[in-house]
Design a protein around this ligand. Structure first.
Ligand SMILES: *[C@@H]1O[C@H](CO)[C@@H](O)[C@H](O)[C@H]1NC(C)=O
Ligand SMILES: *[C@@H]1O[C@H](CO)[C@@H](O)[C@H](O)[C@H]1NC(C)=O
Ligand SMILES: *[C@@H]1O[C@H](CO)[C@@H](O)[C@H](O)[C@H]1NC(C)=O
Length: 468
């Protein structure tokens, strides 16, 4: 079904006991080579099949991110005094008026191909206008919360914070419970205000010139240690360990609180109209969910997010059935707490899900979305990601903004190591959507031969309306 690139870099035979270089594999099922990393890198378990040497002395995916040392200055930026609770910029999009309500106990029917994003689940009407899409978007969000991701809570009753010396402190309380967490802001030189990228666990794409980086320690908000770490983290201190929100939903909530506090503090010199979010692998899945739920994010850049991120469950199942060892829904729920407990009952009957991840990407629309992906690693499901996201682009097409969503898929590099050949694609999106420049972002491409075997008619039996 698909021509695969061999993962040359991962197949290098290294001398026994050699220390693995930065970004090399250092463990995983079937790995019989070195498990320690060169100085300055640590072996991080990314999933059961793959551990990787990543920069730093602490694994970004499982432990708190080390706080970068702020550059000492003789005149530190003024600390912003305690500010009043934010009342602006609620994170939940206001539900449009006159939208059909989801039935309490919907009947799910099996749909083998990728479900039609343009037909209302609740009333069967096909979407023809942008106003109807606003309702449909809200319906899709509710469906994802109900069946896969758990509830994304509205803005808590109190969100306060401060910005000082590169530290953004976020204080949240609701229903008598309080938490405080910190994100670090690295500011470029120059006058600003600067666009900013919120980076789950730190940047794994190259930091663009003139852009601030907000390092988000997502694991502090919701743990992702294993399938047993459900309900751990500061999100659950507020809402209770039994809250339905999956780790990814909790992280999106954390991103929303960061934006809340950016809105009510000064001194950070960040342009709030130009915010992006990114992450790689498991954190790439999370970045996509943040872009889907938080409308104040202008550009979402999931990197190598694989199945459960930019991949579609249905296509990943087909890949596995065709003999490609791709991560699937039924595997993923046993591995970690990225998805809600409710999702588990659907993982062996994926076709009854009233959505797939082309529609998760569609929640980001019309805001910008760039998928950075890797053709060379089977378990990431590159066929699934390419087909799923090519299909997601049809939602952008319907909204008249096809070039606000791109896919750049390149192989022959290690997981989460950004290849220089993708730099022009990243630059095009950063320059247009964070820096306001005019660039060509008409980018839907894979280096896999024959579109990795993806044929629209195998997966799509609906047409793309032009929404008016
Ligand atoms: C379904 O809901 C949409 C959005 O509110 C509406 O425009 C459409 O008329 C509804 N269809 C039916 C059959 O009620
Ligand atoms: C945030 O919470 C911390 C820890 O409880 C506290 O020291 C700080 O004063 C609070 N800041 C604001 C702005 O509320
Ligand atoms: C920023 O936070 C770090 C870690 O909590 C702390 O060590 C540092 O002193 C803080 N910097 C300032 C200027 O508050």
């Amino acid at each position: 079904m698909a021509l695969k690139l061999s993962l040359v870099a991962l197949c290098l035979v290294l001398p026994a006991f050699a220390q693995q270089p930065l970004y090399a594999q250092c463990g995983g099922i079937g790995w019989n080579d070195g498990t320690s990393c060169v100085s300055g890198a640590t072996c991080n378990k990314l999933n059961d099949w793959f551990s990787q040497c990543l920069p730093g002395s602490a694994p970004p995916a499982t432990t708190p991110t080390p706080t970068p040392t702020p550059t000492p200055t003789s005149t530190p930026p003024a600390s912003t005094p305690t500010t009043p609770t934010s009342t602006s910029g609620g994170t939940q999009p206001t539900s449009p008026a006159n939208c059909p309500a989801l039935p309490a106990n919907p009947t799910l029917k099996s749909v083998a191909k990728l479900p039609d994003p343009f037909t209302f689940f609740s009333n069967g009407t096909r979407v023809t206008t942008k106003a109807q899409w606003d309702c449909r978007r809200e319906e899709i969000s509710q469906l994802f919360q109900k069946y896969e991701l758990g509830t994304y809570p509205p803005k808590p009753s109190s969100v306060t914070g401060s910005f000082s010396g590169g530290n953004l402190t976020i204080n949240v309380s609701d229903s008598g419970k309080s938490i405080s967490f910190t994100a670090t802001v690295t500011t470029p030189s120059g006058a600003g205000p600067f666009p900013a990228i919120i980076a789950y666990g730190g940047m794994s794409i190259p930091t663009p010139a003139g852009v601030s980086v907000i390092t988000f320690n997502n694991n502090d908000i919701a743990a992702q240690d294993s399938a047993s770490s459900r309900g751990q983290g500061k999100f659950y201190t507020i809402y209770g360990s039994g809250h339905s929100a999956s780790a990814m939903t909790a992280w999106a909530w954390g991103v929303s609180r960061i934006v809340d506090v950016l809105e009510i503090t000064t001194g950070h010199n960040i342009n709030l109209q130009k915010l992006a979010v990114t992450g790689c692998s498991r954190n790439g899945k999370g970045a996509l969910v943040a872009g889907a739920f938080e409308k104040r994010i202008a550009l979402t850049i999931p990197q190598e997010s694989g199945s459960g991120g930019a991949g579609c469950w249905r296509i990943s199942d087909a890949m596995l059935q065709s003999g490609i060892d791709t991560q699937t829904a039924s595997e993923i729920v046993g591995e970690n707490v990225w998805f809600s407990t409710a999702f588990a009952q659907y993982v062996n009957q994926v076709p009854v899900l009233p959505f797939d991840h082309h529609m998760l990407a569609g929640l980001v629309a019309p805001r910008a979305l760039l998928i950075i992906d890797n053709t060379g690693i089977d378990w990431l499901g590159p066929e699934s990601v390419f087909g799923c996201m090519k299909t997601a682009n049809k939602i952008y097409q319907a909204l008249g903004v096809a070039d606000s969503m791109g896919v750049s898929q390149v192989g022959n590099h290690n997981h989460c190591a950004f290849p220089s050949s993708e730099q022009p694609d990243l630059d095009a999106f950063i320059n247009k959507f964070l820096k306001g420049q005019s660039t060509n972002t008409n980018i839907i491409k894979t280096d896999g031969a024959n579109d990795l075997g993806f044929v629209d008619s195998d997966w799509i039996d609906w047409t793309v309306p032009t929404l008016t």
